[in-house]
Unconditional design. Structure first.
Length: 74
């Protein structure tokens, strides 16, 4: 289960930031809005989201299945 909906992530970061950070095109982000973002792409955004929300939304919450492999310090 995803803790934060991708639509909320887009509001927080903005589509241009997501395009830049993930190295994808604008239509890809639009597709993610319709169908959800792949978890491996969410990993790229998770640290920034945690920073912008002052820890209210954590990397662990955003990527519960992968956090222990990606961020071994958590």
């Amino acid at each position: 289960m995803q803790f934060m909906k991708f639509k909320e992530i887009v509001k927080l970061l903005g589509q241009k930031e997501i395009v830049y950070m993930c190295g994808v095109t604008q239509p890809t982000v639009t597709n993610w809005l319709k169908h959800g973002i792949p978890e491996y792409r969410l990993i790229v955004l998770a640290s920034r989201i945690e920073e912008l929300t002052n820890g209210k939304v954590t990397r662990k919450q955003l990527c519960p299945n992968l956090y222990k492999f990606v961020w071994t310090n958590l």
